[in-house]
Structure formats: structure tokens, C-alpha cells
Design a protein around this ligand. Structure first.
Ligand SMILES: O=C[C@H](O)COP(=O)(O)O
Length: 253
């Protein structure tokens, strides 16, 4: 089965509602061989989705986080079904900025399960810190994160996995394409041991200081199916150039 390239924009806590609607209006609808997902701030999801639908833009939407419960006394949280209702089809789970703020492997596991049950595609983030990298614990850390998050998940091919080395996020110092490919290959190997039938189907993204100028290096790697882009995705021209870099990629066995 082929893996459709995927480019995900994680705006984090940036841009205004006007910027967000402008982004949808200006988005070039011609490139449909790459799936493009925008993850804006929560309040912008519904108006962006509505505008996108009315203009027939080839954009999907994702949230940057969710709660694992369906409903209840959880002030400030949103559930998978709430996100579905406002046009979300993806949700980022376990981003390192949230792990650093205290999110645990167990909470991430619950969120992945709840997202899948709620018909959202989880974009599960994993990656090592600078200290872990220097002490050669990258594979060990990622194996722990994946094993915990995916425990009991029946169809792992429905999950997107984003490898984001913490030391490359927002630093302007990306992992080299060769380093990222090695880790992605390890990740596919870990998935193969958990679920042999899913390993060649699951899409693996690289994230960490991806720009238009380096995206094609990642696109050329056999186990990198797309990118999770932070700051460079705030510019529509830059994000579209990144999408373009994956335009002719055909992933899969
Ligand atoms: O989710 C996106 C990542 O944190 C990467 O952010 P960045 O592209 O600004 O380094």
C-alpha cells in the first residue's frame, strides 16, 4: 500500500483570526498529491474549516491537543467528538512542548486511544532530548514512548508518527536528513515488532526546523513520508514550498 505524503502545519499559539482566514483564502488548491493539514489555535478551527469547505480547498484540519475523556468536569479541555464537530480530522498528541509541561506517557496513551475511538487521526510525537541524544539513548527513548502510547492499539496504521528531536525544535538546527532517516528506519522497525502488518503502512513525519530550503532533503528519504512544521508553516508561501517538495514523492514498498 502506498503512503500518501503528508505535510502538517503546527501553528502553536500564533497568528490571528484574520491571518487564519487569509491563509485559507490564499491556499493554492492545485497540489493534491500531498495531504496538507493545518493545526491552528482551537478558536480558529471552525471558521477556517467552514471557509475551506465553501471554497473547496484541499485542506484538512487538526487540533494541537485533546483530552482523553468524552465529556465531564474538565475545565479548559476539549474531547475528540467536539473536535470532529468543528471539522477536525487530525490531532497532535504528545508534542514535546506538552511533555515538557508535564504530560505523561500514560496520558498520551489515553489520548491516542480516545482519538482513534473518536475517528480522529492521532499525530503521535516522539523524540529524544539533547542529553538523551548525547548519551546515545535515542532509540531507547523512542521505543519507550511508542510502546507506551500504542499499547493495545489494534490498527497502528491509523496513527501518524512524528519524529521530533527536541534539540531540533525551534532552534534552526535541524537533524540532518541522513540522521532523521536512520531514526525513522528504527521507528519502522519498532512498529514492525509491535504490529508487522502496520509497519509499511504507517506514515512517519520528521519535525524540527523544517524550512522550504531543506524539505526536499527529507522528501528524498525512503522512510520519511512527510513533515510536521512549526515556525515555517506560519508563512503560506513557505509552507506551500515545503508541500511542493513532497509533490512527486511516492512512499511505500
Ligand atoms: O510541531 C512542530 C515542531 O515543534 C517543529 O517546530 P519548528 O518547525 O518551529 O522547529
Amino acid at each position: 500500500m502506498l503512503r500518501k505524503p503528508l505535510a502538517v502545519a503546527n501553528w502553536k499559539m500564533n497568528l490571528s483570526l484574520d491571518d487564519a482566514l487569509h491563509y485559507v483564502r490564499e491556499f493554492d488548491a492545485s497540489r493534491r498529491t500531498v495531504e496538507a493539514v493545518v493545526c491552528p489555535s482551537l478558536p480558529f478551527l471552525f471558521p477556517m474549516h467552514q471557509l475551506s469547505t465553501s471554497m473547496n480547498k484541499p485542506l484538512s484540519f487538526g487540533a494541537q491537543n485533546m483530552h482523553w475523556n468524552e465529556a465531564g468536569a474538565h475545565t479548559g479541555e476539549v474531547s475528540a467528538s467536539m473536535l470532529r464537530q468543528v471539522g477536525c480530522s487530525y490531532v497532535i498528541i504528545g508534542h514535546s512542548e506538552r511533555r515538557t509541561a508535564g504530560e505523561t506517557d500514560e496520558q498520551i496513551h489515553r489520548k491516542v486511544a480516545s482519538a482513534l475511538a473518536g475517528d480522529l487521526t492521532p499525530i503521535l510525537c516522539v523524540g529524544e532530548s539533547a542529553v538523551e541524544r548525547v548519551s546515545r539513548r535515542t532509540t531507547q527513548v523512542i521505543r519507550r514512548q511508542l510502546t507506551a502510547a500504542l499499547e493495545g492499539v489494534k490498527d497502528i496504521a491509523r496513527v501518524v508518527i512524528a519524529y521530533e528531536p527536541v534539540w531540533a525544535i525551534g532552534t534552526g538546527e535541524p537533524a540532518t536528513a541522513a540522521y532523521a532517516q536512520t531514526v525513522h528506519s528504527d521507528i519502522r522497525g519498532i512498529i514492525r515488532r509491535i504490529s508487522p502488518e502496520s509497519a509499511e503502512k504507517v506514515r512517519l513525519l520528521y519535525g524540527g526546523s523544517v524550512k522550504a530550503k531543506n524539505a526536499s532533503e527529507y522528501s528524498a528519504q525512503p522512510d520519511i513520508d512527510g513533515v510536521l512544521v512549526g515556525s515555517a508553516s506560519l508563512s503560506i508561501a513557505e509552507f506551500q514550498a515545503i508541500i511542493q517538495s513532497f509533490g512527486t514523492k511516492v512512499g511505500g514498498p
